[in-house]
Design a protein around this ligand. Structure first.
Ligand SMILES: Cc1ncc(COP(=O)(O)O)c(C=O)c1O
Length: 309
């Protein structure tokens, strides 16, 4: 679908480019295709699993319209340097905050930096509905109006459709549930941060690379994801010990069949994205997890590491 977002950086079509990380959930990049542009993948910083600003600046061309940073696992991107780069080159910024509601950078909430930001209320998210849901936030009235139209079949007024839109409203039951759950989000975020701190203290002596909170970012630990060169063996040993883990994500986006023929970067150009996909392992992390359960997981990880070591 060709998107026409008014003048300037919001008029996108074939040939236009949006810079986005090679390592994320596929939706970050498929959104760019839906908007009619081409995702240009850049590598991540392995300490935070987010866009590397230096790589972003190198990827800017005459065709670049926007930067789409992803606050992956709940760790905010380097929004200071990224916003400076975006302003210098006159680029739009769309934050993918699907995994990061409640996180902040330099005391300011993620989602408040870019022109637009996208949130997900998928049931497993830090603020999850009982089915699907999401939200776009912006402080720009013209963009807010455009998004309101797009979510409801491109409708300006009842039964008047000025453009091609979607059926993408948040239904009332989900909204009602989310309004109640929203009150608990600060406590749930604090619980995730406590559990992550406990994991990090208990796992410190093991040969694993642990998640890192790089100031001035405040991490909300949607996932607690470690890196291990023996990830597959570790995951198998943990299943045998009764601990479920997950891979977020086993393949970088440019390696997905959908994106392979778009002329995306080879492994050699985004080595850290490929390394992450080989080595990441997410341990159980949710607000209701108890400290005793964290200790059980850590004992299992320790046994698993000894078994494969
Ligand atoms: C980083 C990221 N972006 C985008 C999405 C898409 O969210 P939704 O499926 O609610 O549209 C997700 C969902 O898992 C995600 O993790």
């Amino acid at each position: 679908m060709r998107s026409t977002w008014g003048s300037g950086p919001w008029t996108w079509g074939p040939g236009d480019e949006v810079i986005t990380p090679a390592f994320s959930f596929v939706a970050s990049a498929s959104a760019v295709l839906h908007a009619g542009a081409r995702p240009v993948f850049v590598d991540i910083d392995l300490d935070t699993f987010t866009l590397d600003p230096a790589q972003v600046e190198r990827a800017i061309t005459r065709c670049t319209k926007a930067i789409l940073p992803v606050h992956l696992y709940g760790h905010p991107c380097e929004m200071g340097p990224l916003m400076t780069i975006a302003r210098r080159h006159g680029l739009a910024v769309i934050e993918d905050a699907a995994q990061a509601i409640g996180a902040s950078y330099a005391g300011r909430p993620v989602g408040s930096f870019g022109d637009l930001a996208c949130l997900s209320f998928y049931p497993t998210k830090n603020l999850g509905a009982c089915g699907d849901g999401g939200m776009v936030v912006t402080d720009r009235e013209e963009l807010a109006e455009r998004v309101r139209r797009l979510r409801n079949h491109g409708s300006r007024a009842k039964y008047q459709h000025s453009e091609l839109g979607y059926s993408s409203r948040l239904d009332e039951l989900q909204a009602a549930l989310l309004r109640v759950k929203l009150r608990h989000l600060p406590a749930w975020t604090a619980a995730r941060r406590r559990l992550a701190a406990r994991y990090s203290a208990l796992l410190a002596a093991l040969p694993l690379t642990l998640p890192h909170e790089r100031p001035p970012a405040m991490h909300v630990y949607h996932h607690y994801t470690v890196l291990s060169p023996w990830r597959d063996d570790l995951a198998k040993a943990l299943v045998d010990l009764g601990v479920g883990t997950a891979l977020h994500y086993p393949l970088p986006i440019p390696g997905q069949p959908l994106f392979r023929n778009l002329g995306g970067p080879a492994q050699a150009e985004c080595p850290r994205a490929w390394q992450a996909s080989r080595e990441v392992l997410s341990l159980p992390c949710f607000a209701e997890l108890t400290v005793a359960e964290v200790e059980t997981v850590v004992r299992a990880v320790s046994q698993a590491v000894n078994r494969i070591g």
